[in-house]
Design a protein around this ligand. Structure first.
Ligand code: SAH
Ligand code: DHB
Ligand code: MG
Length: 217
């Protein structure tokens, strides 16, 4: 079975329950104008994050890895009045484009983009967050998860993107640094106490990949 059917079903689901408004479309398109890699979550994955934020009743969300703010907007739209989302981004250009997108979405009072290395910014944050989305560089995913636990309370949902990488995570000898970062993270997740965790595979318009979901006990 080829990936075609997964792409078609992804489109089918998107047309039913994952459609983007003009703001999300323009946000996704902003990667092209600025020559930024097109690695935002897909529309259905964005909707999935939004549903998760609602399930968590989140009023305080942390994101690690903003890019142009696409996943940010999906999640921020789940927040109740007065809710906040902090998003960490290393690249000033990404943060600048993201801020424009967030402005256009009318979310500049809700979303706080901080520019710098996540590992430098995380110690300055005050938790607890209700939901944390890890989606920055993959090599320090384990450390991001440890910080996420420190910034959590019982019931916090921690989500980590890109932990399957086309199944390459099963290969201990993979030369791909993203794969090695995901492998190291997944193995850590399997041993860490204090969370109830699983990993789901994702298919569709993006490559075959996966998200780890962990609830803090
Ligand atoms: N969450 C976004 C995609 C994020 S892509 C979405 O789905 O819409 C990963 C982002 O992490 C990139 O913008 C990259 O610049 C940023 N990043 C890479 N290393 C980082 C670091 N050390 N600290 C913070 N952000 C980092
Ligand atoms: C890459 C990063 C991501 O967060 C993603 O969802 C897909 C790809 C990357 O760096 O290649
Ligand atoms: Mg990702």
């Amino acid at each position: 079975m080829g990936m075609e059917i997964f792409e078609q079903v992804d489109e089918y689901i998107r047309d039913l329950v994952g459609s983007e408004d003009e703001i999300l479309k323009a946000t996704n398109d902003s990667v092209n104008e600025a020559n930024i890699p097109p690695i935002s979550v897909s529309a259905n994955q964005g909707k999935f994050l939004q549903v998760l934020a609602k399930i968590c009743n989140a009023s305080n969300i942390l994101e690690i890895g903003t890019l142009v703010g696409y996943s940010t907007i999906w999640m921020a739209r789940a927040l109740p009045k007065g809710g906040k989302l902090v998003s960490l981004e290393f690249e000033p250009l990404h943060a600048e484009v993201a801020k424009r997108n967030i402005d256009r979405a009318g979310l500049s009072n809700v979303v706080d983009i901080r520019v710098g290395r996540a590992l430098d910014l995380l110690p300055k944050l005050k938790g607890p967050f209700d939901m944390i989305f890890i989606d920055a560089d993959k090599q320090p995913y384990k450390e991001y998860f440890e910080w996420a636990m420190k910034l959590s309370r019982p019931g916090t949902l921690i989500v980590a993107d890109n932990v399957i990488r086309d199944g390459k995570v099963m290969d201990p000898d993979s030369p791909d640094e993203m794969v090695q970062g995901a492998r190291r993270f997944n193995e850590f997740l399997s041993t860490v106490s204090g969370v109830t965790a699983t990993i789901i595979q994702t298919v569709g318009s993006k490559m075959h990949d996966g998200m780890a979901l962990a609830v803090v006990n």
